[in-house]
Design a protein around this ligand. Sequence first.
Ligand code: GYE
Length: 348
Amino acid sequence: MKEKAKKIRFLSILILLAAVIVLLVFVITKSKKPVTLAEEEPTKKLILGFSQIGSESAWRTRNTQSIFDAAAENDIQIIIHDAQQKQENQLKAIRSFIVYQVDVIAFVPIVEDGWENVLTEAKEAGIPVIVVDRQINADPSLYAGFLGENGVEEGRRAARFLQNKCRDKTDTVTIFEISGTENSSIVKDRARGFREIIDTDPKFKIIHTENGDFLRSRGKEICDVLLASNVRENGNTTNTLYYDGQKIDVVFSNNDSMTLGFLDSLESHKVTAKGTIFISIDAEQESIDALKSGKLNCVVECNPNLGPTLMELVKQIAEGKPIPFMTFNEETVFTENDDFSLYEPRGY
Ligand code: GYE
């Protein structure tokens, strides 16, 4: 009898267990939604078509690298086109992005005019466009937004340093300006910001502006030409710089590459230019080192690391979210009055 009761109990436990397992399997399978083909498909990678103007300066090369790295970090497929400093190459590149049906187009406009047609084509193709680094003259409805530096403020910062440095001077202060790519927004903006401040004080006089195309080689050439006219009757090159017979008190250069080229020339001619005030823009490491060694007096930062913010904007646009029309990068100023020990490496 006992044996039989034991068997029945064992059997009922077994049945119970089986029932529990069946229930569990049922619950688990019920919760797992049926797998449909579409859901399994991996999410399509965003494709960004990026037209870069070239590699004219260390700043530009860092800018490209920042954008390339950030695309990889955000799993965005990027097609980068190098326009070798030619607008027509950029127009061709943007048109190829339209044909390729990329998700978003971003481009650095080498000059500020001449983009309306291609932007209209991109708009008609339903591809949003982000303008990067330099600004354009075009109907704002033709592009989604701008990401870059505030060139006007950079020019003001350079002028404020000069104004402060020369606050006790009453004589005329002559300025030799080295500008960059003609008709580029950045050159116009920096020139406007700089003049806005110095024009408030009549002692400041810009005696000449020379276009160095943001190139180190051009910076050197410009100084070579200046020094060639600096040889005095005794055949020695003086340590004071002159332009057209006028003494130069300040050299204001639109980027470090041209400034460093200018310093290369001074060095090769063993000219100290002692007392000349040097102001540059960008803040690559070699320029900061020149500041630390007293060859420069002020370096206004222009931040090339636009990659991470650009990818945020690209993702927002691709998700159909609005983006701010103007996004300016954080920037600062480095001067001879700073505590250099606090400086972080520039990374380029
Ligand atoms: O200052 C210079 C580069 O557009 C802000 O272009 C950029 C400028 C930068 O060649 O180094």
